[in-house]
Design a protein around this ligand. Sequence first.
Ligand code: GLY
Length: 373
Amino acid sequence: MRTYDHDEAVRLLVERTDATLASDQPGYPHYADPADGTWRRTPDGFWTGGFWGSLLALAAVATGEERYAAAADQVAIGLTGRAESDTAFRGFLFHYGALLPHLLTGSGAAAESALAGARGLASAFNGDAGLIPLGSQAEEAGDVGAGAANIDAVPGTVALLCWAAERTGETGLAEIARRHAARHVEYCVRDDGSVAQSAAFDERTGELKCRYTHKGLSDGSTWARAQAWAMLGFAQAAHWSGPEFLDPALRVADRWIEWLPDCRVAPWDFAAGVDAPRDTSASAIAAVALLRLADQSTDRPHYRDHAAATVRRLVVDHLTPVTEDDPRPAGILTAGCFDQRRGEATAHELIWGDHFLLESLLRLRGDVATSIP
Ligand code: GLY
């Protein structure tokens, strides 16, 4: 078994980022088969393209090399064209693809892109119902109509809107963020602290009609990324929007810790059984959320240890090279599960998995300030 070397793990992820940058293909990296590392790309960034920008910005922090910051800028500028896309996942695109790079590198171009994304998102707010709906162009919208919400629309979104409110003085943006987060606590967090991915609501009143899932095993089960996105989204909301979001963040995090198997990598759905495919990306997201919550709460110091143990297992068991003679390209976080229900990229490298593993490593090393969302 490989031994754990924190700095070497950072170096490997940066090496992989460098290889992706050098490949210079059009579009945004989405997922890759670990066997050869060839990225499947999306022409417009889908909901995942922003993580390419944030990965580049983290590489700039890790190395001090300006070329990564310049490449992150190009991603942020390129995403500006998505500011008017009708999807709540603009939170992912513009938080990770523009705001985080701005906060990490100081880029003015990235700040402008983040502001455009925040204003576009805010224009989709349904004031009667009190949230930004999934949107007709969201990955999972299909034919769900205007009364659909997803927990994955909270991470990024709340932080982006609150930052934009602070920067511009437009306090209405912060109020939209607060109401959006509060609705998702109501819609998606079950009494036992587990999380439902999706909700149908009355678009005139906001009244919850039912909970369901797009990517989980069943409407009543818990898709691992739903739980992880909720941890991260409410941790960000507690930081940016108000302390009332700390309690739901801790409740969903406690549930995650209770359910996580000893290998520290969640099955793609917690009801899928012990032999089910894993999703390393869910565990990487959760690690970042736990690190943030360890700083934000007074009585969960064990969250940091839990995050550190998760990161160790992700690195030792799943970051290439996993063995001395591993022939695969170096620096790939393997065993990410994009969409088990549709059988798409179920044991792959996922761009956001790489991002959250590198973010966790840099937060643990103190290279990313706790004030960064
Ligand atoms: N739609 C976000 C995800 O698949 O995690």
